[in-house]
Design a protein around this ligand. Structure first.
Ligand SMILES: C[S@@+](CC[C@H](N)C(=O)[O-])C[C@H]1O[C@@H](n2cnc3c(N)ncnc32)[C@H](O)[C@@H]1O
Length: 299
């Protein structure tokens, strides 16, 4: 079962509110419904609750690509066959090809995200395949890839230890395993503001699906596995979107608004508008990016 506590940064009033709700989720059994949580994230990234995610590339791809560049900076991928777990629309795979990868498989739980990746002209020029998969249970044989990478997906995975073990299993001995995980401050201003606005009636007793992790956690996680030369680093920067409305639009698109799973459709629209107006009124235009990069080599 995932932790019942919230591992990301929040202001104190929101922290108290969220932790109280998470304890309620624990008592009602919702916190242990891992399958339900994963389905909600998947459906969010398939655009089931709002159409925000259809603007993922237009509003957020450049920042995903920036994260991907930090993540793979200085790592050798020349001539490798790479698996990208939670590929989304392909930012990390794109950078892997730029860093010399020979071929890649883009894997994601969302068929919609895979379709967006597939439409990219850049990938048509490369040896590239696509696979719908769950990071915690990869449908891939042992030792299949030279390198397995994952960018900005770990925060949405309830069992990160299992996901890492799966990445190692499908990588050849000597191969690189590299994770770009959501750090505890990732998007915290936007998450905090969204909690202030959200209609609490529809999330009461549900543990929200978000498990960012700090460097210490990632270091312990990597060291619990049979890896050589493990390294962990953290990169933080702040994005100014110019207006609260623009910051909200970015956040809604990139996070796919999966927390609307329990809302009736007309309430989602109402809630989204109220939240966007709040971002604008409070001038919440700066959002933090916080990435913890961890890598090592399979023995
Ligand atoms: C924030 S996006 C990051 C995508 C991409 N790596 C990027 O940097 O743009 C998170 C992605 O993780 C995928 N995802 C969430 N849970 C997953 C799971 N259990 N298995 C595989 N992919 C998952 C989502 O569908 C989404 O495409």
């Amino acid at each position: 079962m995932p932790s019942i506590f919230w591992s990301g940064k929040l202001t104190l009033p929101m922290k108290v509110l969220v932790e109280a709700n998470n304890i309620l989720a624990f008592l009602t059994g919702s916190a242990s419904d891992v399958r339900g949580m994963k389905t909600r994230v998947k459906q969010g990234y398939e655009g089931k609750f709002t159409d925000h995610v259809s603007q993922y590339d237009e509003l957020g791809y450049h920042l995903q690509e920036k994260s991907a560049r930090y993540q793979l900076d200085g790592l050798q991928l020349a001539d490798m066959n790479v698996l990208d777990v939670g590929c989304g629309t392909g930012a990390l795979t794109h950078v892997a090809f730029e860093n010399g990868a020979r071929s890649a498989v883009c894997g994601d739980i969302s068929a919609f995200m895979l379709r967006l990746a597939q439409q990219k002209a850049f990938f048509a020029k490369h040896h590239q395949d696509y696979c719908q998969l769950d990071a915690e249970n990869l449908p891939i044989k042992d030792n299949a890839f030279d390198s397995t990478i994952s960018g900005m997906t770990f925060g949405t995975l309830p069992d990160q230890k299992r996901a890492l073990a799966e990445m190692i299993r499908v990588t050849k001995p000597g191969g690189l395993i590299c994770i770009g995980a959501h750090g505890p401050e990732h998007y915290w201003e936007a998450i905090d503001a969204s909690f202030r606005c959200i209609n609490k009636r529809f999330i009461l007793g549900y543990r929200l699906e978000w498990w960012p992790r700090d460097e210490r956690y990632l270091r312990v996680l990597m060291e619990s596995q049979d890896l050589a030369d493990t390294q962990v680093k953290r990169v933080i920067w702040h994005n100014d979107f110019g207006s609260g409305a623009a910051a909200y639009d970015f956040f809604a698109a990139i996070s796919a608004s999966w927390w609307y799973a329990k809302f009736p459709p007309h309430e989602r629209v109402k809630d989204s508008k109220k939240t966007r107006d709040y971002f604008e009124a409070k001038n919440i235009r700066v959002i933090t990016d916080d990435i913890v990069v961890a890598y090592g080599y399979k023995k």
